[in-house]
Ligand binder design. Structure first.
Ligand code: ADP
Ligand code: ASP
Ligand code: MG
Length: 627
């Protein structure tokens, strides 16, 4: 490095698993690092190649169960050999490093297989293989692309408290190590993320997703202006893109918002990394290796929002268990809550959220499904005596729940946000199992069943991020005389309608067109349709849109069987079909009950060929007349 380069600020650049995997991504990585090197002194932090840490963890579990772990290790070994060939010119020394490392992994797993269990220390030694090797290979790959770089030995720059599996970085020791190591360091350092070392030099990982934390630690210990995290999305999006396809990238957000999102399940950045950067006032940039020119998301201390966007993003976290602890015989609800939380804390069980408050002592806590049994045991133990005397009921557990959270700094200044959230969920027939609003007023969280989780996320996203005037989505079942006439009428008046026909069904096929059927040519479209007819109802039930209307123009006895489900999912039903309303009066009452906020059942046309007989009679009765 030229002397002038000593004056440049450091810039920590972290590349996640998908961003270091495959030749095209590595070319991008090299380009980004070369570009930063012109103005900064880059320090690169890398994750393992995509999927490697998971695979190492699986091999460990298989070994502990006495299974055949060798093929898993062979596969990983082969993958790394191929990565060397793909990313670096023929390099015997590097191949030898890879082989040696997998031989070591083999020895460790053999030991695990013998004793049928692993210790946290062995697990860290195995899991750290991914980053150890990716750093070696990527440093060589950078050199090959004109960016002189050197791998940092695993853990060397990340002294920790020595707790295997979730080590806490020692910031003071890190700063000291860096000030000793950097002056003589030649080339761009490539640091294996996720890996630290105890005082005794033993490998201690920082916990899953911990490469972000490695980058944050280096970012706050080196004089630099920001940390960049390169990943596989454009930045922080308004929702998890795997659930909401149309989620949009946020140009800016506050650390508070990012932390709230991370806590509630948006795993784009590790929460410990965000917390550390916030505490030290080091801004963060999240960028996409698949689109390096996109600006990404900038995160800093400033509140990320203007008044017009009180809700910035949604997060969701599935696989959670809701535990109910009812204590009809306990007089002090606060003491019950305190003891329950203390019991969970002592067993190091993560409490995602907690709600309390009723005329009787009762607490409801949300924990990860994986902690369900341990949490139950902890509570049963803590209230053992009260259980014996019947003052505390047995703990009830609802597993497989999803908690959906809306997050935004601006929410506290706005009324009506929660009203809107609950309204949307009601319209879609989503049953809310528990609710929490954080003390920061930066989040509103609702617990729903895992099955309804994605629908809840999509529906709330629609409501807050697609606020155009909303045409109703319409599904029409049956294209006989009535259905045909209806569709023609809708076609004639298409421009004036706030209705969009998105599905048409007849006895053997259905036409589904989420963007709307061209009503001027609906007959041809139905002719060419080939979706199975039952998808018509399914599409209406699962759409995240509001409002939705299902029109039954058939005379079938099959379609009315679905009315209740439609209504319970928030879809209004309009029927020209008598069958659904002409049966036992209980069925009719059931239907009326199923119609919730926003969903209604209309059936005027079932009597007198559409003459307004039913409404007239109902009005007469309502106003005291006898018919
Ligand atoms: P890396 O391997 O680069 O560390 P991660 O898989 O840990 O990447 O984190 C990025 C992923 O986080 C994205 O691919 C995306 O699926 C997920 N994610 C969840 N919620 C969000 C969100 N609100 N914005 C962006 N990404 C999100
Ligand atoms: N490779 C580690 C993991 O998958 C660390 C990381 O990628 O951040 O958890
Ligand atoms: Mg990650």
């Amino acid at each position: 490095m030229s002397p002038a380069s000593e004056d440049r600020p450091f810039r920590v650049l972290k590349f996640g698993g998908t961003s270091v995997t495959g030749l095209p991504k590595v070319e991008v990585l090299a380009g980004v690092v070369a570009e930063r090197a012109r103005t900064h002194r880059p320090v690169v932090v890398v994750s393992a190649f995509s999927g490697v840490t998971d695979a190492l963890g699986r091999a460990l579990e298989v070994a502990a169960l006495g299974g055949d772990w060798a093929p898993l290790v062979e596969e990983l070994h082969g993958r790394h050999e191929r990565a060397v060939d793909e990313l670096v010119a023929p390099d015997d020394a590097l191949h030898a490093v890879v082989t040696e490392r997998f031989e070591e992994v083999g020895r460790l797993l053999q030991g695990v297989a013998l004793v049928r269990e692993w210790t946290p220390r062995v697990r860290d030694a195995v899991l750290s293989t991914g980053e150890t090797l990716s750093a070696r290979i990527l440093a060589a790959a950078l050199g090959e692309r004109g960016v002189p770089a050197r791998p940092v030995p695993p853990g060397a720059w990340l002294p920790t408290d020595g707790a295997f599996g979730s080590a806490e970085p020692d910031l003071a020791a890190t700063a000291e190590t860096l000030s000793e190591a950097l002056p003589s360091f030649d080339g761009v350092p490539v640091v294996p993320g996720f890996i630290g070392a105890s005082r005794e030099g033993e490998t201690t990982t920082l916990g899953r997703g911990g490469s972000d934390l490695s980058a944050a630690v280096l970012g706050v210990c080196l004089p630099g202006d920001r940390v960049e995290i390169w990943t596989d999305v454009d930045g922080v999006l308004t929702a998890d893109p795997r659930i909401v396809g149309e989620a949009e990238t946020l140009a800016r957000m506050s650390f508070d918002e990012l932390l709230e999102l991370a806590h509630w399940g948006a795993k784009v950045v590790h929460p410990a990394a965000a917390r550390l950067l916030r505490a030290r006032g080091v801004p963060l940039e999240i960028r996409n290796t698949a689109d390096p020119n996109a600006l990404g998301t900038g995160v800093d201390a400033q509140s990320g929002t203007g008044e017009e966007h009180p809700v910035r993003a949604l997060a969701s976290r599935s696989h959670a268990t809701l535990l109910h602890l009812d204590a009809p015989g306990v007089e002090d609800p606060a003491a019950l809550t305190a003891r329950a939380l203390e019991a969970l804390r002592q067993h190091r069980i993560e409490v995602i959220m907690m709600t309390q408050g009723s005329s009787e002592a009762a607490v409801c806590v949300l924990v990860p499904d994986s902690a369900r049994d341990a949490a139950r045991r902890a509570l049963d133990e803590a209230f053992h005596l009260e259980r014996l005397t019947g003052r505390v009921d047995a703990v009830r557990a609802e597993e497989g729940c999803t908690v959906v959270t809306v997050v935004g700094d601006g929410m506290r200044r706005r009324v009506g946000i929660s009203g809107r959230v609950f309204g949307v969920l009601g319209h879609h027939g989503v049953n809310v199992r528990a609710i929490a609003q954080g003390a920061s007023e930066r989040n509103i969280s609702v617990v729903v069943t895992g099955e309804q989780g994605p629908l809840a996320v999509r529906a709330i996203h629609q409501a807050f991020f697609a606020p155009r005037p909303r045409a109703a989505e319409v599904w029409v079942a049956g294209v006989g005389r009535v259905g045909e006439t209806l569709l023609d009428q809708l076609a004639e008046r298409a421009e004036h309608q706030r209705l969009r026909v998105v599905g048409i069904g007849r006895s053997r096929v259905a036409l589904l067109a989420p963007d709307g059927v061209d009503l001027t040519a609906w007959r041809d479209a139905v002719e060419a349709a080939d979706d199975p007819p039952e998808l018509l109802v399914e599409a209406a039930v699962s759409s995240a849109h509001h409002p939705r209307i299902f029109v039954d123009c058939t005379a079938s006895s099959e379609v009315p069987r679905h009315y209740r489900r439609l209504l319970e999912s928030g879809v209004s039903v309009v029927a020209a079909n008598k069958v659904g309303f002409a049966g036992p009066v209980e069925d009719w009452r059931g239907l009326r009950e199923s119609a919730r906020v926003g969903a209604s059942a209309y059936y005027e046309t079932t009597v007198g060929a559409g003459l307004p007989v039913l409404r007239t009679v109902a009005d007469l009765v309502d106003t005291g007349d006898r018919v």
